[in-house]
Design a protein around this ligand. Structure first.
Ligand SMILES: Nc1ncnc2c1ncn2[C@@H]1O[C@H](COP(=O)(O)OP(=O)(O)O)[C@@H](O)[C@H]1O
Ligand SMILES: [Mg+2]
Length: 372
């Protein structure tokens, strides 16, 4: 991780102190990396942590199960063994398992079983999710611990096809459960900013005023240069004057693009058998990074096209640095297209409301769109 060390430290301290935090921002800007680093710090301090990614689990029952598993994974060996037994038929089927199951249930209370038993989870998945949080709280009480839960890609709870069922129902159940869990602190992150703001902003939402927003700290050019230079030197490559500067310029502060170009430059130098990275290698690396991202770019273009021709055309105009529309009669269509691009996390506004100024967030995607 380049930069962000202090940021991870700050975030970890807030979480350790029981402050719920929310992060919303475009994809590939380092949210997940930052959150994991913060959780590692929290864990290093001895607190429990659990992280869940809603792209990975697309139903409440699986999420409930994973949450309990990850909380249990923090416990000592013996406590974990008890849990494995308590999961019954799934892992340990022997009769001898009964006593520890009974002990486990006595330990954690009857309601815990809802989060543990597959049949019950199936019958009431949303209830099971609430109970998974309560079970996590109980585990913390018994172990005299605090727990930080990271839920990544949180906006999926409100995604259009309702993968987790009715968003209002599931968020209400989560909030109701978490409300009572004073040992649990949450970190929710999402990559579709408007959906995140919508889940947490309006007063009628279950998670209204749930936590404070953490804005990602920008990584300045000097930090990028120093970080990339360190990595090259550590790998036995000595960049020529201007090469690292060029790479950082090409990455335009976008986290993943900068790292991808830096990596491609490294690979190019290695392939050429050169002990150095020249500014020319940086240019080659840009093209290689574009090629590496081509499938992603194609997918974005397909997605934009499906939103209507105007959306793609407007994206291309913005990418080329042109005004979003050529003739005034198209202004409102272009405005709609810009809103779609914003919602999809492809473009964002660079100027205050009322003034123009949109940009394509990912510089590699911008180049791709501009060249089309
Ligand atoms: N601070 C950083 N320094 C170097 N590489 C980073 C940094 N943050 C993220 N990355 C890399 O950039 C890519 C995107 O990061 P990720 O955390 O997945 O972003 P997001 O969660 O915002 O989509 C990953 O490959 C990750 O390893
Ligand atoms: Mg992420």
């Amino acid at each position: 991780m380049i930069g962000r060390g202090d940021e991870a430290f700050d975030l970890a301290r807030e979480l350790s102190n029981g402050m719920n935090r929310l992060i919303a921002g475009p994809r590939r800007m380092g949210k997940t990396t930052l959150c994991r680093a913060a959780l590692d710090l929290v864990r290093a301090e001895g607190q429990y942590v659990a992280s869940l990614d809603l792209f990975e689990f697309t139903e409440p029952a699986r999420l409930a199960e994973a949450l309990v598993d990850r909380v249990i994974a923090n416990r000592s060996g013996t406590a974990r063994a008890k849990h494995a037994v308590a999961k019954g038929g799934r892992r340990v089927a022997s009769m001898a398992a009964l006593t520890p199951v009974a002990r486990m249930k006595a330990d954690l209370g009857e309601e815990f079983s809802l989060a543990l038993e597959p049949a019950l989870r199936k019958r009431d998945p949303v209830g099971a999710l609430g109970n998974a949080f309560r079970a996590a709280q109980r585990v913390c009480e018994i172990d005299n611990q605090r727990l930080v839960i990271l839920i990544d890609e949180f906006q999926e709870l409100g995604a259009p096809r309702n993968p987790f069922g009715d968003p209002e129902r599931v968020t209400k159940a989560m909030r109701a459960a978490l409300q009572d869990c004073d040992r649990i602190t949450t970190l929710f992150t999402g990559s579709l900013e408007h959906m995140m703001r919508d889940l947490f902003g309006p007063a009628q939402r279950a998670f209204y005023r749930w936590g404070g927003w953490h804005e990602l700290w920008p990584i300045d050019a000097a930090t990028w240069r120093a970080g990339i230079l360190d990595r090259y030197l550590a790998n036995g490559l000595r960049p020529a004057d201007g090469a690292v500067e060029r790479i950082v310029d090409l990455g335009e502060g976008h986290v993943r693009s900068t790292m991808l170009i830096a990596k491609q430059a490294y690979l190019t130098a290695i392939t050429l058998g050169e002990p150095t990275i020249s500014p020319t290698v940086a240019e080659v690396a840009l093209e290689m990074a574009m090629a590496a991202d081509a499938p992603f770019h194609d997918a974005v273009v397909e997605d934009l096209r499906s939103g209507g021709r105007e959306v793609l055309v407007t994206a291309e105009r913005v990418a080329r640095g042109e005004p979003p529309y050529k003739d005034r009669s198209r202004a409102s269509t272009a405005q709609r297209a810009l809103r779609v691009l914003g919602k999809k996390g492809v473009a964002d506004k660079t100027a205050p409301a009322g003034r123009g100024g949109w940009r394509i967030i990912d510089p590699l995607l911008r180049r791709y769109l501009a060249r089309r």
